[in-house]
Ligand binder design. Structure first.
Ligand SMILES: CC(C)(COP(=O)(O)OP(=O)(O)OC[C@H]1O[C@@H](n2cnc3c(N)ncnc32)[C@H](O)[C@@H]1OP(=O)(O)O)[C@@H](O)C(=O)NCCC(=O)NCCS
Length: 295
């Protein structure tokens, strides 16, 4: 466990090696509990002390995790601590909230760099990946040569834009790379996998991708689509379809054709943040009423 997450321990240990570090864990759900387990060896030897958990979920407040209280962020001022470690992926938002409550920024660290992969309120581009605002992905997820729209959530351990080795030749092993220091000319290989690897993978907006999903290179996933856990997606997914399985198949459409057309006209993901905030409750109406109000 510790070997998996050295960065958090490194960050803590640079703080002050001579005194016990008093830590608050932000997040009392799975991520926070996992972090607590990770820190246990250091707690046992007295190097750190976990003072309490912090959470915004009022249902958790007042409960305890292994004798540690769960408190609301506003109660932080009653505690003495050196560091707040943020366990959920919403590091950017939680940091903002804590700073508003008077916590100094250098006391706030993420559980893991992976937990920072929530790109906040800007469309971004890094390497060969574009990712729209508010989209996020979780631990162990690999993105290759792809365009991801806005408001997508992508689970743990997914691979998006996957391609592999040429299956049409004597061996799939990259012999030339090892013995000749050169790579095979991809243009010579006409297998489907090779054709795909030259194409970008497109994930449109408001897409929900479950855990351990693989999406092959060159696939387009439509707006509002849902990909079930552990699916292997080899073909395009229509807007608002739910697909699952290996290879994935459509298991249902989320809405009627008429509603899908209306949602695609409305394109709520293009709205400004202010507009979304001003009608946030409408997103919890049934979809017909949402469409009626915004067509
Ligand atoms: C895809 C998913 C969202 C569908 O949820 P839903 O809208 O409630 O759909 P249902 O449960 O009615 O499933 C519809 C059909 O697909 C099947 N199905 C659903 N998810 C499946 C999956 N991951 N693999 C294979 N089949 C699946 C169901 O068995 C059902 O089949 P049936 O019609 O023959 O009974 C959900 O099943 C899923 O996989 N969620 C992701 C969970 C996850 O990874 N969470 C962590 C990240 S947040």
């Amino acid at each position: 466990m510790i070997d998996n997450k050295p960065e958090i321990l490194d960050k803590m240990l640079v703080h002050d090696v001579f005194k016990q570090i008093r830590v608050m864990i932000f997040g009392a759900n799975d991520d926070g509990r996992e972090l607590f387990r990770l820190l246990k060896p250091l707690i046992v030897i007295g190097m750190i002390d976990v003072i309490a958990f912090i959470d915004n979920d009022s249902r958790l407040i007042g409960r305890e995790i292994e004798g540690k209280k769960i408190i609301i962020p506003e109660k932080l001022r009653n505690y003495k601590y050196d560091l707040i470690v943020v366990a959920p992926i919403f590091f950017v938002e939680i940091t903002r909230q804590l700073i508003d409550l008077g916590v100094s920024e250098e006391r706030i660290i993420p559980y893991s760099e992976d937990h920072m992969r929530n790109f906040g309120d800007l469309d971004r581009e890094f390497g060969n990946v574009k990712i729209g605002k508010y989209s996020y992905y979780k631990r162990g997820t690999k993105l290759i040569n792809c365009d991801i729209g806005r408001f997508c959530h992508i689970g743990d351990n997914c691979a998006i834009g996957l391609f592999g080795h040429d299956t049409s030749q004597v061996t799939t092993y990259p012999l030339k790379y090892h013995f000749d220091n050169s790579v095979v000319d991809v243009g010579q290989d006409s297998t489907a996998d090779n054709v795909r690897k030259l194409q970008r993978t497109i994930i449109k907006n408001d897409v929900y991708i479950g855990e351990r999903v693989t999406i092959f290179a060159g696939v387009t996933v439509g707006n509002g689509a849902v990909i079930g856990a552990r699916a292997v997606v080899t073909k395009d997914v229509p807007d608002y379809a739910v697909v699952a399985g290996v290879p994935s198949q459509i298991v249902k459409m989320r809405f009627s054709e008429k509603i899908v057309d209306d949602l695609l006209d409305i394109q709520w993901w293009q709205w400004s943040d202010d507009k979304i905030k001003s009608c946030i409750e409408d997103f919890h109406l049934d979809v017909e009423n949402f469409v009626l109000s915004h067509k």
